[in-house]
Design a protein around this ligand. Structure first.
Ligand code: 3AM
Length: 194
């Protein structure tokens, strides 16, 4: 049975990707060499739901459900700014830039996606939804001291608001893991509010 590693995400405008590249560069200069694997900027997106390995035969049903979610979700605007780490800056594993959407529309959209995906066999995200853009991941072989320095550098970084982004669609994206990093292809685009 063919399976496809997939996730659902909001794509980002090219101008923001350029800003994120600059931000990665600024952070890279503040952390120990090779301590963080930086995500290729064209691979940065706002993930709403990670599906993982999905049987290809399930895709039509998933797409049908997502069309309905998209139609009922209004377009929203989010801001991008401030950096942080998962799980936190004391034990950094993922370095991210934050996403703020104060009206709650983005959270409602994410919740609606969870709700339609659950009966299709996808577990609810237990950790709750913390919208973010992943900039990099701390390398598994990074020493404790270097990991600590990454967290300190991120905590000390003063990154204001970078951009305002209109989320008017989301995409179902295929991820193919390669030694050079994940390769993403859009399988389907879903326009909001149509
Ligand atoms: O770009 P971000 O980091 O928001 O972290 C992975 C990425 O999201 C996440 O799915 C997106 C595309 O790969 N991801 C990967 N494996 C995951 C897992 N097992 C996961 N999210 C949750 N559980």
């Amino acid at each position: 049975m063919e399976t496809i590693r997939a996730f659902i995400a909001v794509p980002l405008p090219g101008a923001l990707l350029k800003q994120l590249t600059d931000l990665q560069g600024r952070l890279e200069r503040r952390v120990p060499p090779r301590s963080v694997r930086w995500v290729r900027p064209e691979g940065i997106h706002l993930t709403l739901k990670f599906l993982g390995d999905t049987p290809a035969e399930k895709l039509p049903g998933i797409k049908q459900a997502l069309v309905v979610v998209a139609r009922n979700a209004p377009v929203c605007t989010f801001t991008v700014g401030e950096v942080g780490c998962f799980p936190n800056t004391h034990r950094p594993r993922v370095v991210w830039v934050g996403v703020q959407e104060p009206t709650g529309r983005l959270a409602v959209l994410q919740d609606a996606i969870e709700e339609v995906m659950a009966p299709l066999g996808y577990e609810l995200e237990g950790r709750g939804f913390t919208p973010h853009l992943t900039l990099g991941r701390v390398g598994r072989k990074t020493s404790r001291g270097d990991v600590a320095q990454v967290g300190e550098a991120v905590a000390a970084a003063e990154v204001g608001q970078l951009a305002e982004v209109v989320a008017d669609r989301f995409e179902l994206i295929r991820s193919v893991l390669k030694p050079t990093g994940a390769e993403y292809t859009t399988l389907e685009m879903f326009a909001l509010g149509e």
